[in-house]
Write a protein that binds this ligand. Structure first.
Ligand code: PGA
Length: 259
């Protein structure tokens, strides 16, 4: 795992965007796995800037989102369909036919999930997967105790995740308890993984994922088994890492082309 600690979320997001831009320039028909939540907003803003100001071309890119709430239609303001449209898709040139998100309104969840997996394979597999991390160590919505080889499926959110996200929902009872999420096995097949985490509230989960034992109780710890996983942190999110100075030192030694 490569641990990249930056002074601000903006700086960390710029570096993560650089990885994605390089990927798209090297392989214009790249397949991107996308995440939602508050964490990747700055990353999307930087990708939009690169599209507008530096001609980053998304016209051959295909995207698959990690997850969606069960029971929310795409037009619901808190659906991840809406989030992606508002934060990214409406500002870049990805053809709508190349955009995939789980369908939270599907009538046959298992069949939909199997088809989603097939679609990722047909597209050639994920080149890069963007991830956030939950305060409970989840990636996607793979909550603690998720099988480390799981595939796309329905999951029930933990009370901790429900509390973390309650602020986004106005009316009580509006917040879904179920999601469709790519599995940990699905995520681990991505050729490159970029995990972003910002803020002191993520420090404990980050330390458990990066330096703790590999365990289904901290699903993000599976990234220790991935050959090409980069973890982009701001200082507060790195606050509980015991080897933070070493990670900073490693970063200082890197040639520019590796960043
Ligand atoms: P957040 O969520 O970016 O809103 O903190 C991260 C996650 O739950 O994966």
């Amino acid at each position: 795992m490569e641990i990249i600690i930056q002074s601000t979320p903006e700086a960390a997001s710029r570096l993560a965007a650089r990885h994605i831009a390089r990927q798209i320039r090297e392989k214009p028909d790249s397949v991107l796995g996308l995440a939602t939540g508050s964490t990747p907003r700055l990353l999307y803003q930087e990708l939009i800037r690169l599209h507008r100001e530096e001609g980053l071309n998304f016209s051959r890119v295909t995207t698959f989102n990690l997850d969606e709430y069960v029971g929310l239609p795409p037009e619901h303001p808190q659906s991840y369909h809406q989030y992606m449209h508002e934060n990214f898709f409406r500002f870049v040139n990805i053809p709508i036919s190349q955009i995939y998100l789980p369908d939270g309104m599907t009538e046959d969840v298992p069949e939909f999930c199997a088809a989603y997996e097939d679609r990722i394979q047909e597209a050639g597999g994920l080149d890069v997967q963007i991830l956030g991390i939950g305060t409970d160590g989840h990636v996607g919505f793979n909550e603690p105790s998720s099988s480390l080889t799981s595939r796309t499926r329905i999951k029930t959110l933990t009370p901790q995740t429900l509390a973390d996200n309650a602020r986004f929902f106005e009316a009580e009872g509006e917040q879904p308890h179920h999601v469709i999420t790519m599995g940990i096995g699905t995520i681990m097949e991505a050729r490159r993984i970029l995990l972003l985490a910002f803020g002191q509230q993520k420090a404990e989960a980050v330390a458990a994922a990066v330096e703790g034992p590999l365990t289904a109780m901290v699903p993000a710890s599976i990234l220790q088994m991935h050959s090409t996983a980069h973890v982009f942190l701001d200082e507060p999110a790195a606050g509980e890492l015991t080897k933070a100075d070493y990670y900073r030192w490693v970063l200082e030694q890197k040639p520019d082309w590796q960043l």
